[in-house]
Design a protein around this ligand. Structure first.
Ligand SMILES: [Zn+2]
Length: 238
C-alpha cells in the first residue's frame, strides 16, 4: 500500500473512534435531556391539576353562595305564607318555594360533583407529586452518572486527539485538507477499501483498468463515483 494512503487509513481509524466518542457523549446527553423533559411534563401536569382545582373551588364557593341565597329566599317566602289571603296567591307562592328548593337542590348536586372531582384530582396530584419526587432523586443520580461518563469519554477523546495530532503531522498539509473535506462531505469516510472491484464507500464498481492500477498499489486513486480515496486490502472472504 502507498505510504501516504497507509497513514491516511490510520488517521481515519483514529478519527472514526473520535466520532464514536462524540456520538456516545451525545447519546448520554440526549438520554438525560429526555428524562429532564419527562420530568418537566409531569411538573406541568401537576401545575394544570392545581389550576383546575383552584378553578373548581372557586366555582364551588359561587354555588354555595347561590345556595345560601336560595335557602334564605325559601325561608322568606315560607314566612310570607301566613299573610297570604287567596288560594291563587297561595298556589303561586308554593310554586315559587318549590322552584327555589329545586334550584337549591340542583346547586347542592353540582357542589357534590365538584367535591368529588376535586377529590379525584387531589388523589391523582398526590400520586404525580410522589412520582415527581422519586424521579427528581433519580435524575440527580443520573446527572452525576452521566457527567462522570462524559468526563471519562472526554478523557478518552483527549488521548485520541493527541494521537491524531501526531498522526496528522506526518501527512502533507494539502492531503490532510483534502482528506478532511472528503470526510465532512462523505459522512466521515474519506478513504475506503475496494473489495472485489467495489468501492466500499458508495458500492459502485470501479472500472477494471482503475482497479488494476489500485492493485499495483503505487498510486493514490479516487473513486470515480464518490471521489473518496481508495486503498486495497484483501479480506478473508475475497
Ligand atoms: Zn465510491
Amino acid at each position: 500500500m502507498n505510504e501516504i494512503i497507509e497513514q491516511l487509513v490510520e488517521l481515519q481509524e483514529i478519527d472514526l473512534k473520535i466520532d464514536q466518542i462524540d456520538n456516545d457523549i451525545k447519546a448520554e446527553q440526549e438520554e438525560l435531556d429526555q428524562r429532564i423533559a419527562e420530568l418537566e411534563q409531569r411538573q406541568n401536569r401537576i401545575g394544570e391539576q392545581e389550576a383546575r382545582i383552584t378553578e373548581l373551588e372557586k366555582e364551588r364557593r359561587t354555588l354555595e353562595d347561590e345556595m345560601t341565597d336560595k335557602i334564605a329566599h325559601v325561608k322568606e317566602r315560607q314566612s310570607k305564607m301566613m299573610q297570604v289571603q287567596t288560594s291563587r296567591e297561595q298556589t303561586a307562592l308554593l310554586k315559587e318555594i318549590e322552584d327555589a328548593k329545586k334550584n337549591a337542590k340542583e346547586n347542592e348536586d353540582k357542589i357534590v360533583a365538584i367535591m368529588e372531582e376535586v377529590e379525584r384530582l387531589n388523589a391523582s396530584m398526590t400520586e404525580e407529586k410522589n412520582l415527581l419526587k422519586a424521579e427528581k432523586e433519580l435524575l440527580t443520580e443520573a446527572r452525576e452518572k452521566v457527567s462522570g461518563a462524559i468526563d471519562d469519554l472526554n478523557k478518552g477523546k483527549k488521548t485520541k486527539l493527541n494521537r491524531r495530532e501526531k498522526q496528522a503531522e506526518a501527512i502533507n498539509g494539502s492531503m490532510i485538507r483534502k482528506y478532511e473535506l472528503l470526510r465532512s462531505r462523505r459522512s466521515g469516510l474519506a478513504i475506503v477499501n475496494v473489495l472485489q472491484g467495489v468501492c466500499q464507500g458508495c458500492f459502485m464498481n470501479l472500472p477494471p483498468q482503475q482497479f488494476n492500477r489500485l492493485l499495483r498499489g503505487d498510486q493514490i486513486l479516487e473513486c470515480p463515483s464518490c471521489q473518496r480515496l481508495l486503498y486495497h486490502q484483501r479480506q478473508d472472504e475475497e
